[in-house]
Ligand binder design. Structure first.
Ligand code: NAD
Length: 249
């Protein structure tokens, strides 16, 4: 597979942005999806183009089925046959206990973190599967250490959504293995990104880093390298697997 064409959802900042820059340096042609941070997404595209790479930015809310389908059709037209998907977009809400959760919050988290990943995976499989005339491909889901740890008293809804991503990774990897498509996941621990501010605690990583075996948070680039490896030919016999990037926790 010479021409790698890869979609990164939520690629305007954080882990998605670092993954875009890392994959561009490794020769991928990229679609940087964003929901509302157009200027940030275009800055990522500019950086890639200035380094001689190829990238476009496309808006879509991945929780919305019609928008996801339009996003993939636009990639077909602008870039050609998709070979890689990074299901990165995800949301976290303010810290809450079980008594404080409500249906609207739970639905919103699951609509993006789980529903969005399913919809993008479906559209990617339609294009990559050998039975549809595709050339195969690779999908990397961005799960979380929270899927293993549960995030009690803080984000059990978010953690449960990432548990669903782990199960999606296992089930889909088996469903499409014979179609030339590999499906794996990364499970980051505490990574320095703006997501923690959305969760109401910008300084969260520094507050809890002493509890980690390695005594530090992770950088988005450290996650990006693992995603890039899972998408690469070096990982050609790896599917249904998880890479934990959580400093030993
Ligand atoms: P981030 O908030 O910086 O990035 C998430 C991106 O997803 C943002 O650009 C946001 O606009 C986008 N997004 C959210 N909802 C969307 C939607 N409906 N449609 C399209 N885009 C949408 O956070 P991050 O830390 O870079 O997170 C990236 C992924 O890594 C997420 O799935 C997150 O759950 C996961 N993760 C992060 C950490 C961490 O410590 N930062 C740890 C474990 C897992």
């Amino acid at each position: 597979m010479k021409n790698k064409i890869t979609l990164i959802t939520g690629g305007s900042r954080g882990i998605g942005r670092a993954t875009a820059l890392t994959l561009a340096a490794k020769g991928h042609t990229l679609c940087i999806n964003y929901r509302n941070q157009q200027a940030h997404a275009e800055e990522v595209v500019d950086r890639i183009q200035h380094s001689g790479g190829k990238a476009i930015a496309l808006q879509a809310d991945i929780a919305e089925e019609q928008q996801v389908m339009a996003l993939f059709r636009q990639i077909d037209r602008d870039l050609g046959p998709l070979t890689g998907l990074v299901n990165n977009a995800g949301i976290l809400k303010q810290q809450a206990t079980i008594e404080q959760l409500d249906a609207q919050r739970i639905a919103a988290i699951f609509a993006t973190n789980v529903g969005g990943s399913f919809l993008c995976a479906r559209e990617a499989v339609k294009r990559m599967a050998l039975r549809h005339g595709g050339q195969g491909g690779a999908i990397v889901n961005v799960s979380s250490a929270a899927s293993r740890l549960g995030a009690p008293h803080e984000y059990i809804d978010y953690a449960a959504s990432k548990g669903a991503i782990d199960t999606l990774t296992i089930g889909l990897s088996l469903e499409v293995a014979a179609q030339g498509i590999r499906v794996n996941a990364v499970r980051p621990g505490l990574i320095y990104t703006d997501m923690h501010a959305d969760g109401g605690e910008p300084g969260r990583v520094d507050r809890v880093k002493e509890n980690l075996p390695m005594k530090r948070g992770g950088q988005p680039e450290e996650v990006a390298e693992a995603i890039a490896w899972l998408l690469s030919e070096e990982a050609s016999y790896v599917t249904g697997n998880f890479i934990d990037l959580a400093g030993g926790k």
